[in-house]
Design a protein around this ligand. Structure first.
Ligand code: FHN
Length: 478
């Protein structure tokens, strides 16, 4: 009996002791969600996040939406300005403009074909308008019915199709998103569509930001996993620098590795696209528009350009830049250490204009032979140009330099600031045989270009020489 007493007592003491321990040890709290300040990112983390984008160098911009239906014409005549601004420029009332959205039915849209075409052109990433200033959404938004699934006869989610096609073909998918919204009454649609300015604008705009724009951004990031968020329309006077900082942090909190342009905040200096110096403005890269920086920059940048004069499709805009000009722009941007975002504006049926397709195929032909002078390069310490018709790039972390001539070389071509490594080969891309060269101190390297080499390269838009530079190559002024 005694043993039984002892056993019962021991068991009782064990239970009491456990209970005591529980009281003493606080309940394990769920780990505090670590709060990250995305505006205080280390240089190393920033460089790691930007690495793929910097190496990519070349992307496709797509401006597409309800504005492709009027295609730059209103009441029987051409509306002035760029196609996607027709609602504002022609002072089209919101309800009249909505009729275009109701007619938007791109039955010939083929996401895989679009992505294959941009891949063939050598473009590594895509940025498409999820919502432009007109407020019409190209995805199935749960926040509004003013979108391609609920409001247009097409009824399918084009962003889903494109993000899937990009993933399948190894292309980075990015989204453009306009802060300014002419359709949303709290973003002053009335002002833009010729109505009366609304009251207490700041409060209404702040409400639009928190309860419309941010929930839509959350939808977009969660559903389509974009690698880039390309903001625009930040010039709205009610949109503040503080809201810009908060918007940047918000989007990074949705996807920390996402890359965001400087139009998320108020720092941009107009079409030149770079931030004011005296600033802590948010944004990972500057956005020169329809222009290229005059030189290099320590701040990442991407020059966005149209092939004609409009971003959104316009029937009457046939002012196309030549393929040669587009290729030279790509080389010039790369030599200065920037990215080139080249735009197409598909029509209302979902077709990319033939003139754009032609130029993309020309660029693709050139890049097939010369792409190594663009991708994964940086602006060389010996200077990015020689005269007006030669540009230089350098393969990152190597002594390999590329000299791209916009003019067809004669029998010889000289590069003033390059000294090839003793015994190394100098090549003309597209021709297999190494070229003869001679280095003269103070004059640089003279390369002989035999006729057979030029014949082998054929009718190209720019000639690329590949040179392994000696370690003691002296850097020099531009
Ligand atoms: O107003 C827009 C314009 O429609 C177009 O989207 C360009 C492309 O970067 N951004 C704004 C003009 O700066």
């Amino acid at each position: 009996m005694r043993t039984l007493h002892v056993l019962v007592l021991t068991a009782f003491l064990a239970v009491a002791c456990k209970e005591k321990q529980k009281e003493q040890k606080p309940e394990k709290q769920p780990a505090e969600k670590e709060t990250v300040n995305y505006l205080e990112e280390s240089e190393e983390a920033f460089d790691q996040r930007m690495a793929w984008w910097r190496d990519a160098r070349f992307g496709m911009f797509i401006h597409w939406g309800a504005y492709a239906v009027p295609a730059g014409r209103y009441e029987g005549k051409e509306a002035k300005g760029i196609g996607e601004w027709i609602m504002y420029n022609a002072k089209i009332p919101v309800d009249v403009y909505e009729e275009y959205a109701k007619q938007f039915n791109p039955t010939e849209f083929d996401a895989e074909a679009w992505v294959s075409l941009m891949k063939k052109a050598g473009m590594k990433y895509l940025v498409i308008t999820s919502k432009h200033h007109d407020g019409f959404c190209l995805w199935d938004s749960k926040i509004t019915d003013y979108d391609i699934v609920d409001f247009s006869p097409y009824g399918k989610d084009v962003l889903k199709a494109l993000s899937d096609a990009c993933k399948a073909q190894g292309i980075k998918f990015g989204l453009y998103h306009s802060i300014m919204d002419w359709h949303h009454p709290d973003s002053h649609a009335d002002t833009y569509a010729g109505g009366e300015p609304s009251e207490n604008n700041e409060a209404r705009f702040a409400d639009y930001l928190e309860n419309y724009l941010k929930p839509q951004l959350k939808e977009l990031v969660n559903a389509y996993d974009p690698t880039i968020l390309w903001f625009d329309g930040e010039w709205e006077k009610e949109f503040t620098h503080e809201q810009g900082l908060a918007l940047y942090e918000y989007v990074r909190s949705l996807k920390p590795e996402i890359i965001i342009n400087n139009r998320v905040d108020k720092g941009r200096q107009g079409m030149q696209g770079m931030n004011r110096d005296d600033s802590d403005y948010a944004g990972d890269f500057g956005t020169p528009e329809q222009e290229i920086l005059d030189g290099t920059s320590d701040f990442d940048w991407e020059s966005c350009m149209t092939m004609n004069d409009t971003w959104g499709y316009k029937t009457d805009d046939n002012n196309w830049k030549s393929s040669e000009t587009l290729i030279r722009n790509l080389v010039d941007v790369a030599a200065k250490g920037g990215n080139y975002l080249l735009n197409v504006g598909p029509d209302a049926l979902g077709n990319i204009p033939d003139a754009s397709v032609e130029r993309l195929e020309d660029i693709g032909e050139w890049i097939k032979v010369n792409g190594e002078a663009i991708y994964g390069t940086e602006s060389p310490d010996t200077g990015y140009k020689q005269g007006e018709n030669i540009r230089f790039t350098r393969k990152k972390g190597t002594p390999i330099y590329y000299a791209v001539s916009f003019e067809k070389p004669g029998k010889r071509i000289r590069f003033d600031h390059l000294k090839p490594e003793e015994g190394s080969e100098v090549l003309l891309l597209g021709y297999d045989e190494p070229l003869e060269w001679k280095y003269t101190e103070g004059e640089g390297v003279t390369v002989s270009v035999p006729r057979k080499a030029l014949r082998a390269v054929g009718s190209t838009k720019a000639w690329t020489f590949k040179i392994k530079v000696a370690e003691n190559n002296t850097s020099s002024e531009q």
